[in-house]
Design a protein around this ligand. Structure first.
Ligand code: PMP
Length: 345
């Protein structure tokens, strides 16, 4: 199945061979093979191209074997790689829901691949059959985002499974925000769906957007393609070290999760009570979408108060909507205080 989906040049590609790959498995302590500078250790050495130590640790936390895991420079990297591996520029196309995370379209545009956007229903639920109807014989990928950005809702599992079963191409389920709910993550179902790619990131629950570390989970065959096409040393040593530090201190991550969820449960009803609020949409993520009277004005008013939220008013189905990230208790109180004082202008 996979061979028919992969671009011919990628199938035929002979990947770059790293100096360290060639001696692997043997003992050595003098490295004169990679034209590095012998001083300034450990930063003088190229990092592990496959991040094996980090993946072994992550395998335990994520419940997915290292062989089914790809690590990249943020989720941006696997998003881009999906296009470069599967989509022939100007010939193939992808289908996605709308509204959703903007990088799927940007990466399509960069790779010169047609992007077909299919609206969600009014309640932001996924119309699986509408997405399937938008596909044709050149559709290589369907992009799903659950919980969805900017709407915040997790998509119905049955609808995602329907697409995974019916569609013959690759289905990407971006679960960047799945740590903020208790639904079963799709990365645990790779055995059932050979066409599934799941995205996770260190940028959300793991509070490490600055280190740029994204994860993709998929079959070993798909992971092998990612590894073939990626830059050889795509995840730098500092990032690998910092991720290990975090993985050795999971107490913090659990505390952050509990705090964000508690704050979310306080913030939602408080926003809903504001006279300027038309609707607060149910969220399974660490942000909430709120429909506000005169969102544009409220957005600028908040900026004058030193508070930045995301104005999504010009996004399909999101007229007059602000997307608000759950912050610390102090930040959330400051936001509520400012909104309560807003008098329209
Ligand atoms: N996926 C989704 C759905 C997102 O909303 C975001 C961040 N805005 C990302 C991925 C970005 O992840 P990363 O920082 O790993 O590139």
């Amino acid at each position: 199945m996979l061979d028919n989906l992969v671009r011919k040049n990628i199938l035929a590609l002979k990947p770059y061979s790293c100096a360290r790959d060639e001696f692997k498995g043997r003992n050595a302590n003098i490295f004169l093979d990679a034209n590095e500078n012998p001083y300034n250790g450990p930063y003088n050495r190229y990092p592990d191209p496959l991040q094996e130590e980090l993946k072994a640790r992550l395998a335990v936390v994520k419940g997915v074997p290292a062989s089914r895991m790809f690590l990249g420079n943020g989720s941006d990297e696997p998003i881009d790689l999906v296009y470069r591996i599967f989509c022939e520029p100007r010939i193939d196309n992808v289908v996605a829901m709308a509204p959703t995370y903007g990088m799927y379209r940007v990466a399509a545009d960069i790779n010169d691949v047609e992007y077909r956007a299919v609206p969600l229903r009014e309640d932001f639920s996924l119309d699986a059959d509408a997405l399937l109807a938008a596909t044709d014989s050149h559709t290589k990928v369907i992009w799903l985002c659950s919980p969805n950005n900017p709407t915040g809702n997790a998509l119905e599992r049955a609808a995602i499974e329907h697409i995974l079963q019916e569609f013959q191409g690759i289905v990407v389920v971006d679960e960047a925000y799945s740590d903020f709910n208790d639904f079963r993550p799709f990365r645990l179902d790779l055995d059932r769906f050979p066409n599934l790619v799941v995205l996770n990131t260190f940028s959300k629950l793991w509070a490490s957007a600055a280190i740029r570390l994204g994860m993709a989970f998929a079959s070993e065959e798909i992971i092998a393609l990612f590894n073939k096409v990626k830059y050889p040393y795509n995840v730098n040593l500092l990032t690998q070290q910092q991720a290990m530090n975090l993985l050795n201190d999971l107490q913090h991550v659990n505390l952050w999760r509990a705090t964000v969820l508690r704050e979310r449960s306080h913030l939602l009803p408080a926003i809903a009570e504001l006279p300027i609020c038309r609707a607060v949409y149910p969220t399974d993520a660490n942000f909430v979408l709120a429909r506000i009277i005169d969102a544009e004005r409220v957005y600028h008013y908040l900026i004058d108060c030193g508070i930045v939220v995301r104005n999504r008013s010009r996004v399909e189905l999101c007229d007059n909507c602000l997307r608000i990230t759950i912050g610390t208790p102090e930040e959330n109180n400051a936001l509520l205080g400012a909104l309560r004082q807003y008098r329209g202008r």
